[in-house]
Design a binder for this molecule. Sequence first.
Ligand SMILES: [Zn+2]
Length: 436
Amino acid sequence: MNRRIKEKYLKVFVPLGLGLIFILLIWIGYKLIFNHKLSFLEKVDKSVYAEINYDAIYGIHLNFKGSINLSSDYHDVELVLANGNDEVVLPVKITQKDDEINFVTSNFINKGINLEYLPIGTYYLLIKASVLDNGKDITRYFSVSNKTDYDDLVYYTLSKDGKNNRIDIEWNTYDECPTLRFTVKEEKLPDDVYDVTIDPGHGGIDVGAIGSLDGIEYHESNLNLKVSLALKKILEERGYKVAITRTEDENIEIYDSGGSAVLANETKSKFNFAIHHNSFDYQTDELNGLEVYVASDIEFDFANLLIENILSETGTQISPKEIYQTAPGIYQRYFSEDDILEDEVQPSNKTTSMIYYYNIRELGGISTHSTNDGRYKDINGYPANPYNKANVTTEPYLLELGYVNNENNLRNIIGNEDKYALGIANALKKYLETEY
Ligand SMILES: [Zn+2]
């Protein structure tokens, strides 16, 4: 072989050969890992699948409802995330009737599967159940099929030490077996994804409630903004990415992009705090104190922490107001029969089990029964809530921090906006420290 040809061989065929070997190794490695990951699915019982007919992410929690046809001989039914090596047992409530098992992760929309605590990895959602077989208890796994109106879901965990996890929840088919796969991996938060949204109520021509102290007039819109900006600052110092509906005294939108009923979901925020101050009607009793308005069907853990921490930071009290009150300091105002009869569009799609305030009801999508499907556009100009049918939404709270026409309340609020903000921020911190 002459020198020229030898050089040509070295330059062309050696790198080509190495390249091919490299590709082959990658392929073998991929096959080994991929097949290993899925081989356990071959053991899944394919005679019957569970059907998931509801799935929704509300705040930091995911909830499922579904059923599976299994004989009543099955016992110890569990819902698990499994990958052949590890198993995460999920909360589930089981009702077994004849040959049907119904399951729900929680009856509360803000409980269920806490997505903040899922470990990194790839998992499949399976039903695990035991049955007696030839005198021996054996465990069987069943996969789940999608009977919801929704497809894949994506969730980003709250920022923690500058890090976030991305969770992809995807419907797939493996070997003709319907599966729901969870992939949890660390990933930088995209620019348009936030942790928390703050909505300082009112603004611009809408000043909200009015109070006065020592001859000075105070507008609710400004007090709301002061608390909101202080809260934004504290949360950002604690590492959260915070969106806000306004940063100055300006008119606000509701259903348009950036609006009070939209921004939290546009930014995929896990929590929305609507900050307000109240006023009472002089015709009725004088009122004072804190009122936390919440969605229906929720557990009050976080609402109670908000009350506890705002009270301890500011020295204010909970409101004595009884109407709409469901627990001390916690309020759920529902549509009344009259509200429904007076709805601008008839037949109304509202019911008495739906929350009255749009900044709670509309922000939770299907979880809180959003009603604005665009039916009011020709009447009051409000476009449809773009998240009217959303099953991935924020968890909203509406805080009425005090009564601006109660002199004691107003004295406690003016100059103490930072303390109210600290109370809210500390409540969030404590809520996230506990694995609810
Ligand atoms: Zn207000």
